[in-house]
Design a protein around this ligand. Structure first.
Ligand code: SF4
Length: 250
């Protein structure tokens, strides 16, 4: 896949398309016409309203993720319908990352895309270096074509600080799930936030889309700025498996 050519073709296709829904379908057709495989992607749900892509849960997750089989929100409900269809191919993930980032940039006010709505960066239980390297190449090209600083953001259950720093250098901001600290994200009841451990260097921020109707990921900078601003994002338990969640900080 020639990434620069693909970005140019995708951008050219959007010239006269005004709405995100039509643009999403049009870019899907471009990939199909080019014979490029992709993982499922969409325009986001009620909470995010932001283009994002799905990877297969299990195959791409670290085996020690505490939610795997125990309340992961992508193992049931609408996200599950998408993730089970994802092929296990780094190039397919990169293709969807490129499309989502172009859509978010053009139709969501210059915003980065939501990466890894489901799944993670692993293969066979370890970080998939081929995928990481290809995502980095795509991120550099997207930055150049779109003139953006942060091109995508998401969350990982893989504990590898060096990897997160490496990705941030090319404009991919990945928050560390299930750790407390700057640039991290945890699931914890919003009503019990006062009981969480405190330390200098970070502050807890409740995800506002869970507390107010008008905030969506497409207009909220908290996650994309969390590493830079030292925020630890707190999600109230959510998703179809929330009753089975084994909370980490109780
Ligand atoms: S904190 Fe903001 S960006 Fe992060 S998940 Fe919530 S609404 Fe989305």
């Amino acid at each position: 896949m020639n990434i620069n050519n693909l970005i140019e073709k995708l951008l050219a296709r959007l010239a006269r398309i005004r709405t995100l829904k039509y643009a999403t379908n049009a870019l899907r057709k471009v990939l199909q016409a080019e014979g490029i495989e992709y993982v499922p992607f969409g325009v986001g749900n009620k909470k995010t309203k932001l283009p994002g892509f799905y990877r297969k849960v299990g195959n791409t997750c670290p085996p020690d993720c505490p939610y795997l089989g125990k309340g992961c929100y992508s193992e049931g409900g609408p996200a599950c319908l998408q993730q089970v269809r994802a092929v296990d191919d780094p190039d397919a993930t990169v293709a969807s990352f490129i499309v989502c980032t172009i859509l978010a940039n053009k139709y969501c006010g210059d915003w980065p895309s939501r990466m890894f709505v489901s799944g993670d960066v692993c293969r066979f239980g370890k970080v998939d270096r081929e995928l990481v390297n290809k995502l980095k190449v795509a991120a550099v090209a997207l930055r150049k074509h779109l003139g953006m600083d942060v091109v995508g953001y998401g969350y990982t259950h893989t504990h590898d600080p060096a990897l997160l720093a490496e990705l941030e250098e090319v404009g991919i901001v990945i928050l560390q799930s299930d750790e407390i600290g700057a640039g991290c994200a945890i699931v914890h009841p919003h009503g019990d936030i006062g009981s969480l451990p405190k330390a200098d260097g970070f502050r807890y921020i409740k995800c506002p889309s869970q507390t107010t109707d008008h905030v969506k990921c497409a207009n909220c900078p908290i996650c994309k700025d969390a590493r830079r601003k030292g925020s630890c994002v707190v999600f109230d338990p959510h998703g179809p498996g929330k009753k089975n969640l084994e909370l980490q900080y109780t």
